[in-house]
Write a protein that binds this ligand. Sequence first.
Ligand code: ATP
Length: 305
Amino acid sequence: MTSTVSVKGVSKRYGGKVDALRELSFTLDEGETVALVGHNGAGKTTLIKLLLGLIRPTSGEVRVLGEDPAKGDFGVRRALGYLPESVSFHMALTGRETLSFYARLKRVDVKCADELFERVGLAISAADRPIRTYSKGMRQRLGLAQALLGAPKVLFLDEPTSGLDPALRRNFYTLIDELRAGGTTILLSSHALGELEDRAGRVIIVNRGSQIADGTIDDLRRIASLPSRIRVRPVSGGRPGLLRDTGVRWTEAGDGSLETEVAHAERLPLIHRLSDAASGIDTLTMIEPTLDDLYAHFLNSQEAA
Ligand code: ATP
């Protein structure tokens, strides 16, 4: 796998007193979707600005496509796409004029505009209307079309789904999956942890400028060792004492189901033991710790340290 982004021991201090980032180190590969998560002020935007070469690190080394992005190599800039946290366009220009403007800056053929409008789900009929008539979601989609100009190898998306309704969010992630499958590296910052769960191959958590976790959701579950919940709904009129010999304590979940918590490594042995009671079980559900649970766990562990 080829690395496209490398961050080594990077710190950023603003104005000699605000430590926005402390000693971050990671690499990103081609064809990876990585979620960057953290509270407000954790340092996500600062990191994206460093990767774009808009600011320089106080110490450490940033490389994007093998170059220092702050040097401003046009070949590298052209291969990057960026969707800022708050997209703002000139309200009097149409979507098409706006995209043409950015296409010229990137020296990309503007003929791709219609295809991009379609790709981000912006009706061609809207392309020739002034942006002041666009909804927030339409402006966000225009921002995404701008980020996709020139088929970037690396995409930085800061809060890309804010302002999108649930259907558009789904479209957005389908598009992200297509880009990732085509080899694009995607780093997206978000507070919407629920929607990232099945969509980001890897999660980097930052807190107060420090990187406190980095891995796939399964890696983070293993490291955090938070218990999973197993819920069993007995068949109607189920046998009393059905789960008596399973070696764990069950509690009523309120809807007739019984629930227990087991350590990560104990999940499969328990499910194996439950197979003896299978004829009395209607449904069995395993509830793994969510990204929300993991995020809270890593944050609390760092705060306690
Ligand atoms: P949010 O989720 O709210 O966008 P964030 O994780 O993107 O937050 P940053 O915007 O990177 O966080 O800010 C990290 C820290 O650096 C904050 O304490 C912020 O106040 C500070 N900061 C950011 N930009 C500057 C600047 N130009 N000058 C001084 N301090 C700054």
